[in-house]
Design a protein around this ligand. Structure first.
Ligand SMILES: Cc1cc2nc3c(=O)[nH]c(=O)nc-3n(C[C@H](O)[C@H](O)[C@H](O)COP(=O)(O)OP(=O)(O)OC[C@H]3O[C@@H](n4cnc5c(N)ncnc54)[C@H](O)[C@@H]3O)c2cc1C
Length: 404
């Protein structure tokens, strides 16, 4: 499946990480990570840091799956608002999910500080604004529960939003705990660092097509007939991970994104905040270091890549109209547009951990609009499980909830 089409800005900005190393012989390792996107790279980082021998394998050029198409807003806010999630899974678990995402924003920063490379990670505020009157009700309920539980949030009135951002919205929630990143650069610099410094092996252009559990080890087969033996497998195969799962646990969605030509920095709104709204599907907006504006949204249920791609022009025009309506003073000119596929779950939460009965095969499936904060959690949780350390996050992100 094509995970995206069109030209994602990040691939043009960074140019490809051109590493070609197909699996051409049998191989053995302690942990095999399937997927070299941001999730696989973070898992490799956590394992390498703990001295665990691991190998990453990808069927594509490194990190050119969804991570290269991602708009990469880092927010503690999950697609399902906290007050709704509390009703679905209980207040304590919902709060833990939100707290883990909040922590992940700092943890991502720490990962890159530890290797001394900054993949355009930037702390920025985030405004979640009410798209309409109904949205104002959501904002009110969400404010109450976030405030009561000590999550960073400030309630803005219509007047505040007009004064600070210049557009009309009945209410909004502002926080200063968010960030943005270049997820493609992040994944490739991490892999590169650990290949150079920690002995990480990366095989590219090699697809895992079969796996078998033999006593205490796994044996996996690549599309050109070579075997990999390992003790643990981590499936960080993004939205193509379904082939490794006994049941379908997610729905596929198509999303559309575009990046503008650079604009004069003084025209950009206050604090260069991330912006998103209460309406579903929502639009999401961020800026880049070179003063471009990225807008995404117009999500649709995914049917096939051809149908998704056919809509690109129409969706681009819709997104252009939306950003122009919010900021008529910014001369917005689209530079590149693309569309991608992502997965979501009913409760907005990822699936991380072992499918019951399949010990030693870990899934790192950061589904949802804020998949990257889930990837950070997945990397830490899997490291902890391999090191046999307890981790309470499994109660919230594990497969147990699917089976109930
Ligand atoms: C347009 C768009 C906007 C988004 N915006 C945001 C956002 O603002 N914030 C956010 O947090 N998230 C966002 N997301 C989601 C986020 O990008 C994803 O959660 C994240 O990139 C997933 O990373 P990954 O490493 O799990 O998957 P991927 O980057 O897709 O990597 C998986 C890799 O696995 C490989 N693979 C798959 N199957 C096999 C196999 N059998 N054998 C070998 N290799 C295999 C693939 O080739 C691929 O490279 C967005 C997604 C899209 C498409």
């Amino acid at each position: 499946m094509d995970l995206y089409s069109g030209l994602p800005y990040w691939v043009a900005k960074n140019s490809l990480y051109n590493y070609f190393n197909p699996l051409e012989r049998d191989h053995s390792t302690d942990v095999l990570i399937i997927g070299s996107g941001i999730t696989g790279a973070l898992v490799a980082h956590e394992l390498c840091r703990s001295g665990i021998k691991c190998t990453v394998i990808d069927k594509r050029t490194p990190s050119t799956g969804s991570s290269s198409a991602s708009t990469a807003l880092l927010q503690y806010e999950i697609d399902v608002p906290l007050y709704k999630m509390a009703g679905m899974i209980g207040g304590e678990k919902a709060l833990l999910a939100y707290q883990c995402c909040l922590q992940a924003i700092s943890d991502v920063r720490d990962v890159f500080e530890s290797i001394g490379v900054n993949p355009d990670y930037e702390r920025v505020p985030s405004l979640f604004y009410a798209s309409n009157k109904k949205g104002a009700g959501i904002i009110e309920k969400e404010y109450e529960i976030r405030r009561k539980n000590g999550l960073p949030t400030t309630l803005l009135s219509a007047k505040d939003i007009k004064e600070m951002y210049g557009f009309d919205a009945p209410a909004g929630l502002l926080n200063d705990a968010s960030a943005q990143i270049d997820a493609y650069l992040a994944a490739t610099v991490l892999l590169d660092f650990h290949m150079t410094k920690s002995g990480l092996t990366l095989f590219t252009h090699s697809q895992i097509v079969e796996w078998n559990k033999k006593k205490s080890e796994y044996e996996l087969l690549s599309d050109n007939g070579h075997k990999i033996k390992c003790k643990y497998v981590v499936v960080a195969a993004g939205f193509e991970a379904g082939t490794f799962l006994p049941e379908k646990v997610m729905q596929l969605t198509s999303t559309y994104a575009l990046v503008s030509e650079p604009v004069f920095p003084e025209l950009i709104w206050q604090g260069r905040s991330l912006l998103w709204e209460t309406k579903e599907p929502y639009i999401y907006i961020r800026t880049t270091k070179d003063n471009r504006i990225i807008v995404g949204g117009e999500d649709e249920e995914f049917r096939d890549p051809v149908k998704r791609d056919k809509l690109l022009r129409k969706k681009t025009e819709k997104l252009e109209k939306k950003i122009q309506a919010l900021f008529p003073h910014i001369p917005f000119k689209t530079s590149m547009a693309w569309c991608g596929t992502f997965s979501s779950t009913k409760d907005g939460l990822p699936y991380i951990g072992e499918w019951p009965g399949r010990e030693g095969m870990f899934f790192a499936l950061g589904y949802g609009g804020n998949g990257i904060t889930f990837s950070m959690n997945a990397a830490q949780m899997i490291r902890n499980r391999i090191l046999e350390k307890a981790d309470k996050r499994y109660q919230v992100f594990g497969f147990e909830r699917y089976q109930k």
